[in-house]
Write a protein that binds this ligand. Structure first.
Ligand code: P6P
Length: 339
């Protein structure tokens, strides 16, 4: 059977009552903007856009030129469509309102325009992560507090990974689905419907260089994986760490696995409650992973249940194959209870 395009898929989902016309159109606009981001990142050195922009983002991190370009592409693409009331981005301190000359809609869009951008200059896959919320009724000038909704309130979430192929993974609460960009035609084509993450795995992703800073339950859990078949788990584990969340998460959605960015003593010393951001990294990825049969926690509680307190707040992230996330979370909860 001929594979269907993103647009046809969205129309079918509208007929099924899983999505409304405004949200469907918003997803198409974001997907189209991501195609443009893919073109910009794909030019590499030829595009004159590698390297640092010479500015820092709200996180105090040096911005890559492509961070700024990707952010602009998403803002421009979403300004005139009429589906949004405002946007929020990792690259901007405050939400960006829709310009007055355009109609406003009932949605809020949050994004990390180019996650993993430190990998661009070494030609490793990077990606865009986005989350869509409903704008509270009667709010015409959304402020940061209007974005502070728990992950369970997300209407849709997705990422685009700019790798050997450009892939969009999308959920709006009825499974997680993968689309591959047909670069000759310029459209996303459905390549995996209703992705399922295996509940078991033998592959984990974590930045091992932080091991000495981890909390005891994290040391215990990873120590058991490293002990392999001679240890309590009775099997050998493999390790991957791309240092590009979108690439690591996509591998997990493709063949299972677990991803950890735990809170550790190094982050605590900086006064941070994690490395990754809740609103536009952890929440959208948690929604996608749960819809694919996986699990996502902070090591102590379900990510999607968290009540956000700040637009750029950071959280620990454990996500992937359900049984492993449940075990790692159990070790942390058990350790807390023993205190
Ligand atoms: P580290 C990229 O900067 C990022 O936000 C995620 O994409 C990635 O998983 C993580 O940070 C990598 O962090 O400390 O290993 O460089």
């Amino acid at each position: 059977m001929k594979p269907i395009s993103l647009i046809q898929f969205l129309i079918e989902e509208r007929r099924a009552g899983h999505i409304n016309a405004e949200l469907s159109l918003l997803i198409e606009v974001v997907a189209r903007a991501c195609k443009r981001i893919g073109v910009a990142t794909g030019k590499g050195a030829l595009g004159g856009v590698l390297g640092n922009a010479g500015t820092d983002n709200v996180q105090g991190e040096a911005q890559k030129k492509l961070d700024v370009i990707s952010n602009e592409i998403l803002l421009e693409a979403n300004a005139w469509g009429g589906q949004l009331a405002a946007c929020a981005s990792e690259e901007m301190e405050d939400p960006q309102p829709i310009p007055d000359m355009y109609p406003k809609g009932n949605h809020l869009l949050l994004f990390d325009p180019l996650d993993g951008s430190s990998n661009i200059d070494v030609n490793i896959s990077v990606g865009t992560i986005f989350s869509i919320l409903r704008c509270p009724d009667g709010v015409t000038e959304p402020k940061a507090e209007h974005f502070l909704q728990p992950g369970t309130a997300q209407l849709a979430a997705g990422y685009v990974v700019y790798g050997p192929s450009t892939l969009l993974v999308l959920t709006f609460g009825h499974g997680s689905h993968e689309f591959t960009l047909d670069r000759e035609v310029g459209s996303f084509v459905l390549t995996r419907r209703d992705i399922r993450i295996p509940e078991e795995t033998a592959e984990f992703a974590i930045n091992m260089s932080n091991q000495r800073h981890w909390e005891a339950p994290m040391q215990r859990y990873v120590g058991e994986l490293l002990a392999g078949r001679d240890g309590p788990r009775g099997k050998d584990f493999n390790m991957r760490w791309v240092a590009s969340m979108v690439a690591d998460v996509h591998r997990i959605l493709t063949r299972g696995g677990v991803f950890f960015y735990p809170l550790d003593a190094k982050l605590r010393a900086k006064g941070q409650s994690g490395k990754l951001r809740l609103m536009y990294e952890a929440n959208p990825m948690a929604f996608i992973v749960e819809q694919a049969g996986g699990a996502a926690s902070t090591g102590r509680e379900r990510i999607l249940d968290l009540q956000p307190t700040a637009l750029h707040q950071r959280v620990p992230v454990f996500l992937g194959s359900k049984k492993e996330i449940e075990l790692a979370t159990h070790y942390h909860v058990e350790a807390d209870a023993a205190v």
